[in-house]
Design a protein around this ligand. Structure first.
Ligand SMILES: CC(C)(COP(=O)(O)OP(=O)(O)OC[C@H]1O[C@@H](n2cnc3c(N)ncnc32)[C@H](O)[C@@H]1OP(=O)(O)O)[C@@H](O)C(=O)NCCC(=O)NCCS
Length: 223
């Protein structure tokens, strides 16, 4: 997400007034620039998808802050999700399906068992405990990104309680929503996919569908 000043200016130029106001509120230049770049690239990706100028796009926001494209409604509406961590951004775009993506830089200095006790479900915490210490960090980040991708796809933020659903986390186990407590049929509506965008990062994608074809690209500025 570090870009040269002329690229940042060009992204800033494409932002809407509310996005520029948000950019102004960042205290540190680096955070402001990362926000501008993340939004600039999002507008570029969506503009290319819709064959529209990036600056012509408008965003609206759900009650918990999930951004969406204003005016994109109906069964084949373009949906998207964004995540950023430690200088990298990950974008997911779908047509007609809810989508959530999460990316985390893997930190090896975290007390993962304690954080899991606090945030994960009982089933997830129990699964994590079965692992030897050297496998727990990776499994922790699998669990974290899968939970977060699902939450972001649903768009309800942390009003969706983290202990209300279980995801897979054991090494070699495919990413999946294993169960949900409020509505047991909910788990089968979603597919989760582990992503590997860069060394040292964990990431996951949640889509309200099964058997979709996933295509991955690295964003490049248009020439
Ligand atoms: C709002 C939330 C999405 C923030 O997630 P995050 O991991 O801090 O940040 P990410 O970089 O992954 O995502 C931020 C992006 O999500 C999007 N977003 C914001 N609110 C959202 C919502 N309610 N639903 C889906 N996406 C949302 C925006 O595009 C945002 O990008 P922007 O800041 O450039 O506008 C939310 O899920 C949250 O607060 N999570 C807390 C983290 C936590 O405790 N997780 C426990 C997991 S076990």
């Amino acid at each position: 997400m570090d870009r040269d000043p002329s690229q940042i200016q060009s992204f800033l130029h494409n932002l809407a007034a509310d996005e520029r106001a948000r950019a102004e509120r960042y205290y540190f230049d680096r955070d402001r620039e990362h926000f501008v770049v993340a939004r600039g690239v999002l507008r570029d990706i969506l503009g290319r998808t819709l064959n529209r100028a990036p600056e012509s796009l408008s965003f609206c926001y759900g009650s918990h802050g999930k951004p969406a494209l204003a005016g994109e409604t109906g069964d084949d509406a373009i949906r998207f999700s964004v995540s950023h961590s430690q200088g990298i951004a990950l974008y997911a775009v779908t047509r007609g399906r809810e989508v959530g993506v999460d990316l985390e830089h893997i930190r090896t200095d975290l007390a993962v068992a304690e954080i899991a006790e606090r945030f994960f479900s009982r089933r997830e915490t129990a699964m994590l405990r079965t692992l030897p210490a050297e496998l727990q960090c990776q499994a922790f980040f699998h669990c974290w990104t899968r939970k977060e991708a699902y939450i972001k796809a649903r768009g309800e933020g942390l009003s969706l309680h983290l202990d209300q659903f279980d995801v897979s986390l054991l090494p070699g186990e495919p990413a999946a929503v294993l169960g949900t407590r409020l509505d047991p049929s909910e788990a089968s509506r979603w597919s989760l996919q582990e992503l590997d965008p860069a060394p040292g990062y964990a990431a996951a994608l949640a889509v309200e569908a099964h058997g979709l074809r996933l295509a991955c690209w690295q964003w490049q500025p248009s020439v």
